[in-house]
Design a protein around this ligand. Structure first.
Ligand code: AQP
Length: 346
């Protein structure tokens, strides 16, 4: 191995994040990701957002559903305030650098790192030997997504923190192995209430778009009646709401609903608890329904307007892919060079 050469390099702030088209969007994806993605865009930072279709096929996806879901997630980005002029919005498979860089990272990362990922353990379950190799290597592709753009910050929910730590480990090992300071060590942006929204049926599981139970989640495509019915049936306990936020510590389902209220209303958990101290769920839940319908209704309506014109969504994704490629391709060429691959002119 050559002597490490530390080339001083500063990385300007660039944000990257992605969402899998592995189902419809949930309230968890909205509060943990989309809502914050548009706030970051509005702060004027460079933002690159991706519908990560290559990640989605780490578990089986019906091809025609995958196409529909990819457009639906793109529509959810747009409906939540992502402006394709100010942010770059595209689907992952259109920029082949993601797959190319992931292969390099598969050779940098260690298998043991992948086996330690709790998401792999959760998704592979008891039958890990029978899961796809892609599911195991998922974090390597995620590192490629981020580092292809030399992104410095990634807004993610708590659930993705471990994967992001692995991205940092891969960047550090690549830089060390090749004796360069090429990739930034990306920072997570985890802030605000409801960075982890839990299932409506089980307060110990996160709300997930691929959960077999539709009752476990609020979908961004649910109408007002469906949202009301799901919140009404959401699991709680018989106690009234406590006087302080600490009183929620051992009540996961109650805490989840209060947390959702806080995130939707832009309040802290403490101030919501203070407002509803001593209230029964019978009076809290209708308030939560009203708030959820008020906040999600305009997004749902805009998503269905956008979904009526799939060609326009495809055009936006194609334009975004061209802009993304223009950033990522020169980085990839440098990686090939660093690794020692011949790039002959053709
Ligand atoms: N329940 C959640 N609470 C807060 N944030 C969440 N996110 C997902 N679920 C919650 C955030 O949404 C972004 C996109 O996630 P993803 O689609 O790439 O994958 P995921 O985290 O695995 O999301 P799902 O909904 O659970 O998908 P499936 O069911 O396919 O695995 C991330 O920023 C994530 O933090």
């Amino acid at each position: 191995m050559s002597e490490p050469v530390q080339t001083p390099q500063t990385f300007s702030t660039r944000i990257f994040s992605g969402i899998q088209p592995s189902g419809g969007m949930t309230l968890g994806n909205y509060l943990g990701a989309l809502k914050r993605f548009s706030e970051l865009q509005d702060r004027g930072v460079e933002t690159i957002y991706c519908v990560v279709d290559l990640h989605a096929i780490t578990v089986w996806q019906d091809p025609s559903k995958l196409r529909h879901q990819t457009r639906e997630i793109a529509a959810a980005f747009l409906a939540s305030g992502i402006d394709p002029k100010r942010s770059i919005l595209f689907n992952q498979s259109q920029v082949t650098v993601h797959a190319e860089l992931a292969w390099i990272f598969n050779c940098v990362a260690r298998i043991g790192w992948m086996y330690r990922m709790t998401q792999f353990k959760d998704k592979a379950g008891k039958n890990a030997e029978n899961s796809s190799l892609g599911l195991l290597a998922y974090p390597s592709l995620m590192a490629a997504d981020i580092l292809a753009y030399k992104a410095t910050h990634v807004p993610v929910g708590e659930d993705q923190k471990q994967h992001l730590e692995l991205t940092r480990d891969i960047a550090i090992k690549f830089n060390h192995d090749y004796g360069v300071n090429f990739f930034p060590v990306t920072e997570p942006l985890i802030e605000g209430a409801a960075t982890r929204v839990m299932s409506l049926r089980d307060g110990s599981k996160k709300m997930s778009k691929s959960d077999p139970s539709d009752q476990s989640r609020i979908n961004l495509t649910d109408d007002a009646d469906t949202i009301a019915a799901k919140i009404r049936k959401a699991r709680t306990d018989p106690e009234p709401l406590p006087e302080t936020a600490e009183g929620l510590a051992t009540r996961p389902e109650a805490k989840n609903l209060v947390n959702i209220y806080a995130a939707l209303s832009g309040q802290s958990l403490e101030s919501v608890v203070a407002e509803f101290a001593g209230a029964q769920f019978g009076s809290f839940k209708p308030r939560l329904v009203d708030l959820a319908v008020e906040k999600l209704g305009p997004i749902t309506a805009e998503m269905s307007r956008l979904m009526a014109d799939p060609a326009e969504i495809d055009r936006i994704l194609g334009n975004g892919a061209a802009r993304a490629e223009a950033i990522a391709r020169p980085h990839m060429d440098e990686v090939y060079d660093l690794v020692g691959m011949i790039r002959a002119r053709r």
